[in-house]
Design a protein around this ligand. Structure first.
Ligand SMILES: Cc1cc2nc3c(=O)[nH]c(=O)nc-3n(C[C@H](O)[C@H](O)[C@H](O)COP(=O)(O)OP(=O)(O)OC[C@H]3O[C@@H](n4cnc5c(N)ncnc54)[C@H](O)[C@@H]3O)c2cc1C
Length: 413
């Protein structure tokens, strides 16, 4: 086969999932290429920049300036009837400067020897005898097309990912499985500066939630994530304006951000011969909150460990790579399954039931701990608040899954 270049590992996508995988494999001496279609790593920022729990992060990255903008000391949940439920947890997480964080992880990969090419887009996978053996690439500035051969290709192209579809690991994303998000970076806000806030109401966040994440120095990320199917013809930005009127009408709107994040069920398998999917591309973000920075980093480390073992054995088959799928399922994947079910129920509640559930959540000790949200306990509260609901919603979710042909083709922002 004629190819232009050859690397041990090619990584599609320069987000935290891809660069973290690249960092792990290049540290052990594998020649590694990262392809990122954008001109700059981490830019434009499409994130509310919250990361936690702190103990989880500390296992993966040395949390230090300059990418930490503020430390989170607790959270507030505001129910549709306006009641506020607060929980203090000192140092539970951080608000980061996402561009700097992404750069930090990418630089670590490059200092281990990985080659980073921004402005280079993967346009398809190369196959030989059914196995993935490399990537077709387009250099965006020159329109030059070239091919890169690899033993392993890593698909970490995020929410808009195509590579796991090319590999046959998943189909198109369904509309009801994304949060359509819109956010302002707001300055001079008169808001608590150490608590993150989550606001629930069909008025400004149908099928999702509004957030206020203080970044320190009088600034905050204020946004909404909505289910586009419940949007009644309005965009996420329309809902954001309503939310701003409610929480921060005086705020100076500095930067507008829009994007989508997945609330999808886990993929049954994360690898095929010669290919592995990582991060949001692999549906690995939390399907209850949409958060995925830490999950992408964790998955990147797991993927890198498996890839290195496969190189030791010279086995790049799906069965060799399946250790990664198993490890993910044993750890975060197991919890994500529960979060997926809990999210399906929780975001389908009407405002009155939501008020009831939230007051029950408030009395449930240990539901929110320093480790995060207890998915099993959350399902327990949902069942107790509305016993028939879980069964009904699950049946609905499963039949929608079979029926729905409506797939995500663009953001409702
Ligand atoms: C508005 C919003 C707010 C969010 N807030 C939070 C939050 O507060 N906390 C949190 O944890 N998570 C948050 N998330 C989710 C989080 O940003 C993602 O889960 C996380 O970035 C996933 O990392 P990743 O590496 O898998 O993918 P990404 O960070 O999306 O990286 C994928 C990269 O692949 C590149 N790419 C795509 N296609 C190609 C291609 N064909 N060739 C080359 N490159 C390609 C993209 O340009 C991108 O840079 C938010 C998301 C949105 C939209």
């Amino acid at each position: 086969m004629m190819t232009d270049e050859r690397f041990d590992v090619v990584v599609i996508g320069g987000g935290p999932g891809g660069t973290r995988t690249a960092s792990g494999v290049s540290r052990l001496g594998l020649s590694t290429l990262i392809l990122e279609k954008r001109e700059r790593i981490g830019y434009p920022v499409r994130c509310a920049e919250a990361i936690g729990p702190a103990e989880g992060i500390a296992r993966y990255i040395d949390v230090k300036e300059p990418f930490v903008t503020s430390v989170v000391n607790g959270l507030t949940i505001v129910s549709p009837d306006g009641k506020r439920y607060q929980k203090e947890m000192k140092g539970i997480g951080y608000i980061v400067d996402r561009e700097l964080l992404d750069l930090h992880i990418a630089e670590a990969a490059c200092s281990n020897g990985a080659v980073l090419r921004t402005g280079h887009q993967a346009t398809g996978l190369i196959r030989e005898d059914g196995k993935v053996v490399g990537v077709n690439v387009l250099e965006l500035s020159t329109r030059r097309k070239y091919r890169v051969q690899s033993k392993i290709t890593v698909g970490s192209d995020g929410v808009e990912s195509l590579s796991p579809r090319w590999a046959g690991l998943k189909g198109p994303t369904r509309v009801d499985e994304i949060f359509s998000c819109a956010q302002y970076l707001v300055e001079c806000v008169d808001l608590p500066d150490k608590y993150v806030e989550f606001h629930l109401s069909s008025t400004f966040a149908p099928g999702g939630y509004g957030w206020v994440f203080p970044k320190g120095n009088g600034s905050a990320n204020i946004g909404v994530g909505i289910n586009p199917e419940l949007a009644s013809g309005l965009t996420a930005r329309d809902y954001l304006e309503k939310f701003m009127d409610r929480v921060c009408p005086e705020g100076d709107r500095k930067r507008f951000v829009c994007g989508g994040t997945l609330l999808s069920d886990s993929l049954p398998s994360l690898a095929v011969d010669g290919f592995i999917a990582v991060g949001e591309a692999a549906n690995q973000n939390n399907p209850f909150t949409g958060g995925g920075i830490l999950n992408a980093i964790m998955a990147g480390d797991m993927a890198a460990t498996t890839i290195c073992r496969c190189f030791e054995k010279g086995d790049f088959s799906s069965s060799g790579l399946s250790t990664y799928t198993k490890e993910w399922k044993r750890n975060e994947g197991r919890m994500n399954k529960r979060f997926y079910l809990a999210g399906k129920v929780f975001y389908s509640l009407d405002d009155r039931t939501m008020d009831k559930v939230l007051s029950a959540l408030n009395t449930r000790e240990g539901l929110i701990t320093r480790k995060g949200l207890g998915s099993a306990k959350l399902i327990g509260v949902l069942l107790r608040s509305s016993p028939s609901l879980l069964g009904k919603t699950l049946m609905k979710a499963l039949s929608a899954r079979k029926r729905s042909r409506k797939t995500f083709s663009g953001l409702n922002t």
